[in-house]
Design a protein around this ligand. Sequence first.
Ligand SMILES: Cc1cc2nc3c(=O)[nH]c(=O)nc-3n(C[C@H](O)[C@H](O)[C@H](O)COP(=O)(O)O)c2cc1C
Length: 88
Amino acid sequence: MIIAGPVWAWKPAPPVNGAIQSLKNGKGKTASIICTAGGQVGDSLDVMRKALEKQGIEVTGELGLIPADLETNEKVEAFAHTLMKENI
Ligand SMILES: Cc1cc2nc3c(=O)[nH]c(=O)nc-3n(C[C@H](O)[C@H](O)[C@H](O)COP(=O)(O)O)c2cc1C
């Protein structure tokens, strides 16, 4: 499972929180999370990870992105590698 969404006020946007809360039968599953932000990801990844862990979902990959991160592929490629390792 990959959950991605924008940062609002240094936290996940409310629809992201709502989507996580509405998950069912997550126990024992894994997820990777992505937050996009205009400047600062803030606490977003922590908030998402904790909400998922409460449901018994282990977070195995995290990516926070601001526009400057897209000037190279480095961060996105490193994240893609964690996803590929998960699926082997
Ligand atoms: C209501 C609102 C609050 C936002 N708060 C933040 C913030 O706290 N920190 C930040 O870096 N970007 C913030 N942003 C910018 C979004 O995170 C950013 O636009 C989004 O991740 C990138 O999507 P876009 O390219 O579709 O705008 C905010 C945007 C909106 C609309």
